[in-house]
Design a protein around this ligand. Structure first.
Ligand SMILES: [Fe+2]
Ligand SMILES: [Fe+2]
Length: 450
């Protein structure tokens, strides 16, 4: 269901952007409108009404907050908030025509709407989309601890400046290197101070297919990992910057392909494979500000330890250490991210998949060190224990990556901290609970550490 809601948000957003750009007369609009309408109808097959809330500046559906989508639709959210709208209801009886008019309403200027929003909608013939003030949404139930929120804010601002930087490089405009370095330095400093809260963001932030989130996650993971490997601050920063741009070639290609109206052919698909080459070519233009490492990493991040992978080299050689670090973090993040076309992998599955590549894709020593730093069960993972209790991972044991230190959160009268390494006889990990599925009911029990 959540995936369908996300798709719907995205389709609505796309249609909204088209309205703004071309108006409703343009043929492109009709196809986007059809898509958005179909998505909503799809949800309305199971529900009488599809209710969307706005809490703060975030989009909410049931108890789920869609942080990243909120960012994308911010202008629409601001518009709604200005009009005092915090709750949207789409009813099953809604006609496509009503949705079309509603999108026009969303794209209009504040000054152009004189009446009360609901009144205005009715006056233009929209009867099955309702807007109102928010009733009660229990925000306490959401996982919004202070530390988490502060880290999230930094994460969001970083995401924004990263978004800008990457877009600037894509458009071959200027690159504000200072801003970029500033956000990455903040992240690095934060990683050192409270890496637990920060890493949690890379594991929890799953509801977005955005490449920018992937780039930022890989950058954070790479900085964390290289700090664990003992690199100094300057090197950590350089690796973080390189990681940030590793897939820039892909963005360039996908953009060109996305703007094509027709379906992708095999040739275009194969083109995606040229993204390391393309990325390094683009980054070569920025050697003065970014240095040479991003060029190297973009070029090498799909080269494997066993000298396979791509691009094909006439003289195969071992990739640069920074490339191997980024490549590990890249694969780890791609496997952790929940994609609609892929099953959701639990952390132990990810460990097994990656460890199989020990000596193949990855340098054996490096992949071992990676899991020593990350643990098999990352901090913040919700686990069901062999005695039936539910616990959250608080700290890794570097000498026993399978047995972290955990805190029991359920039942609430059985709370305690357990070092699973020291208590192997008594209790074990039974299984992983996905925080968006089975683990969802326990999220509100996770308190920040005192
Ligand atoms: Fe890539
Ligand atoms: Fe990547």
């Amino acid at each position: 269901m959540l995936e369908r809601v996300e798709t719907t948000f995205r389709d609505l957003l796309a249609a909204l952007q088209i309205v703004k750009l071309y108006g409703t007369e343009h043929p492109v609009f009709k196809s986007y409108l059809d898509k958005a309408y179909a998505s909503i109808q799809d949800i309305l097959k199971e529900k009488e009404e599809f209710v969307v809330g706005i809490v703060g500046e975030e989009l909410v559906f049931e108890k789920e907050i869609f942080f990243d989508l909120s960012k994308l639709v911010r202008p629409a959210i601001v518009f709604l908030k200005e009009k005092g709208i915090e709750r949207l209801v789409f009813r099953r009886a809604m006609h496509e025509e009503e949705l079309s008019k509603f999108l026009v309403f969303l794209s209009s200027k504040k000054e152009d709407i004189q009446k009360e929003p609901q009144e205005h909608l009715v006056s233009i013939g929209i009867n099955n989309i309702q807007v109102s003030k928010l009733k009660v949404i229990a925000t306490q139930q959401l996982l919004l601890t202070k530390d988490f929120l502060e880290s999230r804010k930094l994460y969001e601002t970083s995401l924004e400046s990263i978004n800008d930087s990457v877009t600037n490089v894509l458009d071959l405009g200027s690159l504000d290197h200072a801003v970029l370095k500033f956000s990455l330095r903040n992240i690095m400093e934060n990683l050192i101070l409270q890496h637990q809260e920060f890493l949690k963001l890379t594991t929890l932030k799953r509801y977005d297919a955005e490449t920018f989130v992937h780039l930022l996650n890989v950058s954070i993971l790479s900085m964390f990992f290289s700090s664990k490997l003992g690199f100094n601050k300057d090197d950590i920063m350089d690796i973080g910057v390189a990681a940030l741009f590793h897939d820039i070639g892909k963005l360039y290609i996908s953009r060109k392909i996305i703007t094509k109206a027709e379906r992708l052919n095999d040739e275009e698909f194969a083109k995606i494979k040229s993204h390391p080459m393309l990325g390094s070519e683009i980054l070569l233009k920025y050697v003065d500000s970014l240095g040479i490492l991003p060029v190297v990493v973009a070029f090498e991040h799909h080269l494997k330890y066993n000298l396979k992978g791509y691009p094909k080299l006439s003289f195969a050689r071992k990739p640069h250490t920074a490339s191997m670090i980024v490549s590990l973090c890249d694969v780890y993040d791609a496997l952790s991210a929940r994609r609609s076309y892929k099953a959701d992998y639990s952390p132990d599955m990810i460990y097994n998949i990656m460890i199989k590549e020990r000596g193949e894709s990855f340098d054996p020593e490096l992949v071992d060190k990676f899991f020593k730093a990350m643990g098999v069960w990352p901090i913040g993972s919700i686990l069901s224990l062999s005695d039936g209790r539910i616990a959250v991972v608080r700290e890794e044991n570097e000498d026993d990556i399978f047995s972290p230190k955990v805190e029991v959160i359920f039942p609430e009268d059985k709370k305690e901290s357990i070092d699973l390494k020291e208590n192997k006889e008594q209790v074990k990990i039974a299984r992983y609970l996905n925080p968006w599925k089975e683990g969802k009911d326990y999220l509100h029990l996770i308190k920040p550490e005192s």
